[in-house]
Ligand binder design. Structure first.
Ligand SMILES: Nc1ccn([C@@H]2O[C@H](COP(=O)(O)OP(=O)(O)OP(=O)(O)O)[C@@H](O)[C@H]2O)c(=O)n1
Ligand SMILES: C[C@](O)(CO)[C@H](O)COP(=O)(O)O
Length: 233
């Protein structure tokens, strides 16, 4: 059984609004995407990595990210799609023939994933079929419609989904096929498996495992990268 990592990094970073796509912005002198890839390239549990890049930037990512930082486990750089889900689907197609393997999906813009969580994630996904990281929400959450509060769900049941999200390859491939058939778009991969009625486990992630989405996140990320002693959970 191999562990295959797919890194979707084909987004346009519209909420960041930076001149270059956010995955290439630097933290401690290296592109965010290079920090993220290093988490997996350096880890003994990982066998193969596929990087999913904007279609027009495949050659750039191969030269300036994979070759420049010498990521030895990257087997290919794949062009992404308009939505994140399409990008992951392209990654799954690139490693077709991975039946029996485990596939791990991790956002290219989450460079602070604590890799101490990798072994429990992989073990749980192998046992259950699907496992993601998440953290309980800290704030009270409102459901809002047309400028009015419609509901206040019980916070005790609410978690924020993170990546990595890890699956048996055949299960995730089937979930993506079903989503295409149903013309369904989800904002993460676990939601596609949930729609099949299959069990999805969740493990406590880290509040530090932020997705760098808006300019405030970049400020936080730069602070994290300067103060590595900040607790990871
Ligand atoms: N069509 C897409 C959209 C997103 N992603 C990737 O999915 C991860 C999480 O997405 P997000 O943070 O939403 O990134 P963007 O789509 O780039 O951001 P925005 O929605 O602000 O444009 C990122 O690593 C992003 O590059 C992708 O591979 N393909
Ligand atoms: C997969 C994800 O990172 C889990 O939080 C998130 O759902 C990606 O969502 P986005 O819409 O691409 O920001």
């Amino acid at each position: 059984m191999s562990v295959i990592v797919l890194i979707p990094a084909a987004g346009m970073g519209s909420r960041m609004g930076s001149a270059v796509h956010k995955q290439y912005l630097t933290l401690a002198g290296r592109p965010i995407l290079a920090h993220t890839l290093a988490l997996f390239d350096d880890h003994p549990a990982i066998d193969h990595i596929y990087l999913i890049a904007p279609a027009a930037e495949v050659a750039y990512c191969q030269a300036e990210i994979v070759n420049r930082y010498r990521f030895a486990k990257v087997r290919g750089v794949v062009g992404g799609g308009k939505e994140r889900q399409e990008s992951v689907r392209n990654g799954l197609a690139a490693c077709a023939g991975a039946a029996g393997d485990i596939v791990l999906i991790h956002d290219g813009v989450r460079p602070f994933f604590p890799t101490t969580l990798l072994e429990p994630l992989l073990a749980t996904a192998a046992r259950v079929g699907a496992c993601l990281l998440g953290v309980p929400v800290k704030d009270t959450v409102k459901v809002v419609a047309e400028g009015r509060v419609a509901a206040t769900p019980d916070r005790a049941t609410l978690w924020q989904a993170q990546t990595p999200q890890v699956f048996r390859y055949e299960l995730l491939a089937a979930a993506h096929r079903r989503a295409v058939e149903d013309d369904f778009f989800g904002t993460d991969d676990a939601s596609l498996v949930e729609r099949l009625g299959e069990p999805v486990a969740i493990l406590h992630g880290s509040y530090r495992n932020i997705k760098i989405t808006t300019p405030e996140d970049l400020v936080l990320a730069r602070a994290f990268s300067k103060h590595q002693e900040i607790p990871t959970t």
